[in-house]
Every structure is written in structure tokens, then in C-alpha cells.
Design a protein around this ligand. Structure first.
Ligand code: AQP
Length: 332
């Protein structure tokens, strides 16, 4: 039986965070043997905010290097740059014509991002979910592993696919979101009520995967907790401690109960130090590989070229079928 298909990606809009790792990449690694995985660097999505061209190119390669350094095997997975596969933008246009303004108006991420980028509320920001639908549907992906913040975009993708299938007959697989129970939303260390975000202006709020061990230790030391001084999981009344417990538990493979027992009678100081140490231990080997890979642009190029070739093959077939169905003449 053919393996189920997975599609996911991360934007090249900044340094990747522990949230990107625990909420997305970590799950991708666990899926690479069982599924036929397509992992892209979402460089087109990155254009919804302003970037320095050279910086964007550099960041795209950094995201690729993080994927590889985290353990994604380029022989098992198709790893590519979104902009290298024209099928995404071709399908994007078609799907735009099958998506309603009212649906897009409901997207909470658009509202959040509009507030964050009030000086640049471009239509790309508004139609972002349609390009995301095109990314997924161009591969007929069965599963899309994402963090919790992408749930609504997955819903609209399913609606668009169902609408299209309803008009033209079975064309798209209706994709499912894969959102892990733990770690789907890693929160900021300073504001544990908001997600850890690579574009955060408060650097103490975010653990970047490339942070030095000292910076990681300092940031955990400063992490906001509460006055109870008891390591106990309670997301509502103890969001800071619960977030640290989630991070610690995911890296160490421990349940919240186990962590509570481990730290009985110990204060937050001990717990924060221990959490910082497991994070440092996790990211240090990743960073070594990451810097080594960045020294070897030829190898990175080989990987993304091979990935794009394979991605194009699958996506072009699917998008050509869509072209035929809507009444376009396919130029083969
Ligand atoms: N804090 C998080 N916890 C769990 N998962 C997260 N993801 C992001 N942050 C967390 C997941 O990582 C994947 C890639 O995300 P993205 O590149 O689409 O966007 P982003 O990292 O959320 O960052 P943006 O959009 O560039 O800017 P900010 O950071 O300002 O929002 C997704 O699967 C996401 O769920």
C-alpha cells in the first residue's frame, strides 16, 4: 500500500524557535519513516511581511539547515523551497476563485498579523490561507502536522477542497490536521499567555534554536512563573510553570505527573535550571550540525534541487488535473 502523504513547512521570516521545533519539526522527524513526507521552506509565505532580499535568501538556507540538523533525512523526505515549485502559485490562483471573502474575514491569524503589521496590511496577508491550501492540495496530502495556531487554516483548506470536489468530482484528498496533544502551542517565557513567536520583540520571551547555552540559561532563569513555588501543572492558573513543564516533558519524554513528583519540595530555581539544561543538551548537537551545514552551501543546494524535482513531479500532475477540470488547456 502507498504511504500516506504529509505536507508541512515553516516560513523563513526569522530565526526558528523552540516552539517551531517542539510544535512542528519534532513531529516531522517522528513521521519520516511511516509517511511520504514533503517539507518545504515557505519562502513565498514569508513575503507577506517585508524582508531584505539578501536576508530572506540567507534565512531560507538557515531554515533548510535547521531541518537537516534536527534530523530530517533528505533521502527519506522531499525537502524543497516553496518558490521552486510553480504548482503552488498556479493552484493558489485557481483556489482563490473558489474561496469566499467572508471565509477569509474570519481568520484570526489575519487579525493578529494585521495588528502586528499595521503599516503593511497587504492582500497577501489576507489570502495567505489560500496559498496554504494550495501548498497542501497540490500534493493531495493526507495529513498536515502543524501547531495549534494553524488549526483554522486547515479547516478552510478542507472547506475549499470539499467545495471543489463538490463542483468537479473527486479531485482533492481532504487533508487532516495532525496536532500533537502536547507542545502544540509553546508559550512565551515572559508572556506565557501568548505563543512563543519568532517575530517577538522581547528576546527574553523566545528561545531561538541558535541561542548560546548561556543565553538559554539566562532566559529560563528570567522566565515568568507565579508565587506558589510549587511545580504543578495547571494551565489556567499557572501558565508559566505549565509551559516550562511542557517543554521539559517533551524533551525528556516525561508526563506532567512524573515531573510534579520529580520536583516535590524543590523550588522554581531548581526546576528552571534543570529545564534550561535539558534544552541546552538538546540544541547543542543540533547547532553543531547546523553550522557545519551552513559551511557547505553546495550540499544544501543539492538537497533542495533534488527535493524540488521530486515535488514538482507530484504537484504538476495534480495541478494539471485541476486545470483540465476547470476548463483550461494544459500546456504539456
Ligand atoms: N509557539 C509554538 N508552539 C508550537 N508550534 C509552533 N509553531 C510556531 N510557533 C509555535 C509551528 O511552527 C510551524 C511553522 O510556523 P510558521 O513559520 O508558519 O510561523 P510561525 O513560526 O508561527 O511564525 P511567523 O508566522 O513567521 O511569525 P510569528 O512567529 O510572529 O507568528 C507551524 O506548524 C506552527 O504551528
Amino acid at each position: 500500500m502507498d504511504k500516506k502523504v504529509i505536507l508541512s513547512g515553516i516560513q523563513a521570516t526569522g530565526n526558528l524557535t523552540l516552539g517551531n521545533y517542539l510544535g512542528a519539526i519534532r513531529n516531522w522527524i517522528q513521521m519520516q519513516d511511516e509517511y511520504d513526507c514533503y517539507y518545504m521552506i515557505a519562502d513565498l509565505h514569508s513575503l507577506t511581511v517585508r524582508n531584505e532580499p539578501e536576508v530572506l535568501r540567507k534565512r531560507a538556507m538557515q531554515v533548510l539547515a535547521i531541518y537537516l540538523a534536527s534530523g530530517l533525512d533528505p533521502d527519506k523526505n522531499t525537502i524543497f523551497l516553496q518558490s521552486h515549485v510553480d504548482a503552488h502559485t498556479k493552484l493558489n490562483w485557481i483556489l482563490n476563485c473558489y474561496t469566499y471573502m467572508g471565509e477569509l474575514n474570519r481568520m484570526t491569524q489575519f487579525k493578529d498579523k494585521s495588528a502586528k503589521h499595521a503599516d503593511n496590511i497587504n492582500s497577501g496577508l489576507f489570502t495567505y490561507p489560500v496559498l496554504m491550501a494550495a501548498d497542501i492540495l497540490a500534493y493531495n496530502a493526507d495529513l498536515v502536522p502543524v501547531g495549534d495556531d494553524q488549526r483554522q487554516h486547515l479547516e478552510i483548506t478542507r472547506d475549499i477542497a470539499e467545495r471543489f470536489n463538490g463542483i468537479y468530482g473527486e479531485t482533492f484528498v481532504i487533508p487532516e490536521a495532525y496536532i500533537a496533544k502536547q507542545g502544540a502551542r509553546i508559550m512565551g517565557l515572559q508572556d506565557p499567555t501568548a505563543k512563543m513567536s519568532k517575530s517577538s520583540t522581547n528576546l527574553n520571551d523566545v528561545i531561538f534554536l541558535t541561542d548560546s547555552p548561556d543565553d538559554i540559561r539566562k532566559k529560563f532563569k528570567k522566565a515568568v512563573t507565579d508565587s506558589e513555588n510549587c511545580v504543578r501543572y495547571d494551565k489556567e492558573s499557572k501558565p508559566g510553570v505549565s509551559n516550562l513543564m511542557t517543554i521539559y516533558g517533551l524533551i525528556e519524554g516525561k508526563s506532567m505527573d512524573e515531573i510534579e513528583k520529580e520536583f516535590v519540595g524543590k523550588g522554581y530555581g531548581d526546576f528552571k535550571n534543570k529545564t534550561a539544561e535539558v534544552v541546552v543538551k538538546k540544541v547543542q548537537p543540533l547547532q553543531e550540525k547546523y553550522y557545519e551545514l551552513l559551511e557547505n552551501p553546495e550540499k544544501l543546494r543539492e538537497i533542495y534541487e533534488k527535493g524540488a524535482k521530486k515535488a514538482r513531479k507530484r504537484a504538476n500532475e495534480i495541478v494539471n488535473e485541476v486545470y483540465r477540470k476547470v476548463g483550461l488547456i494544459v500546456d504539456e
